[in-house]
Design a protein around this ligand. Structure first.
Ligand SMILES: Cc1ncc(C[n+]2csc(CCOP(=O)(O)OP(=O)(O)O)c2C)c(N)n1
Ligand SMILES: [Mg+2]
Length: 275
């Protein structure tokens, strides 16, 4: 667990560095999803630079594609590409743009137009089931994203095909681009909604790494239906001046804010800030 906690800190600092250098990004949603991505990439996902073409690899879809900076920093740390390469993020001509695409090593699917990642995950999980493969498909969505109707078509299909190797998360940070999810399109009782669609539903604190790990391990034991992990998180988690503030959906920290965050999260090991 210490390794994972340390990775979460390292990745938050790397994301901050990346966003401030490029002067673009969606840092609030990066910070809310970090524990989910860290648990998956450093503990559960059976993928690596050497095995990314292997048909038995686990699949991961970051459906809330705007929060790609956290994914980039993790993939760089895992050597899918170099940190020098990632340092071109946001520059003219760079392949590292503001949303994921599958020309980048380690990225399975193009996302960013919200509402499509779960359907892609259903397709991957169904293909795995038809081919009798043992891989898992993981999808991470935003809570604003689940206001899209296409998500619920995918929810029906996942249950219909009994896709028990499909594990989805909703990063339920309560905020989306222009306000709270309750203001924009209320969806109280989110857990009950997924249950009604035939999914096994787990509800956790998504910024607590132990809870994230326990939920994934519980999900691996479920048979006959897909699993939704409703991860209650805080947008901007881990940054004192960012937490729960809607403007941090895509605001870029000033130099002063950058320094403050780096001071508050100071670490002393050599692996700091891969970017
Ligand atoms: C189809 C579509 N509509 C609108 C947008 C613009 N957009 C980008 S992020 C965002 C809000 C997403 O909120 P949420 O899913 O809660 O993400 P998070 O809070 O985790 O950043 C919107 C509306 C988009 N990317 N795709
Ligand atoms: Mg949100």
């Amino acid at each position: 667990m210490k390794l994972l906690l340390d990775k979460a800190k390292q990745i938050r600092r790397a994301v901050m560095q990346l966003v401030v250098t490029a002067k673009m990004g969606h840092i609030g949603g990066d910070f809310s999803e970090i524990e989910i991505l860290v648990a998956l990439y450093y503990k559960y996902l059976r993928i690596s630079p050497a095995t990314q073409e292997n048909s038995n690899r686990d699949r991961f879809v970051l459906s809330k594609g705007h929060s790609v900076e956290a994914l980039y920093c993790i993939l760089a740390d895992l050597s899918f590409f170099s940190t020098a390469d990632l340092a071109t993020y946001g520059k003219f001509g760079s392949r590292f743009i503001g949303h994921p695409h599958n020309k980048i090593p380690g990225i399975e699917m193009n996302t960013g137009s919200l509402g499509h990642g779960l359907a892609l995950g259903v397709g991957m999980a169904l293909a795995g089931k038809m081919d009798a493969k043992a891989y898992y498909t993981y999808v991470v969505m935003g809570d604003g994203e689940v206001e899209e109707g296409s998500v619920w078509e995918a929810a029906m299909a996942g249950a219909h095909y009994k896709l028990d190797h499909l594990i989805a998360f909703v990063d339920k940070n309560g905020l989306q681009i222009s306000g709270s999810t309750e203001q924009v399109m209320a969806h109280e009782n989110l857990e009950e909604r997924w249950r009604a669609f035939g999914w096994e539903v787990l509800s956790i604190n998504g910024n607590d790494l132990e809870q994230v790990c326990m939920a994934i391990e519980t999900a691996h034991k479920i048979v006959g239906k897909p699993i939704m992990i409703v991860a209650h998180t805080i947008k901007g988690k881990g940054c004192s001046f960012m937490e729960n503030k809607v403007e941090w959906h895509h605001r870029v920290p000033t130099d002063e804010e950058f320094k403050k965050f780096m001071q508050q999260t100071k670490r002393d090991d050599k692996n700091d800030c891969p970017c």
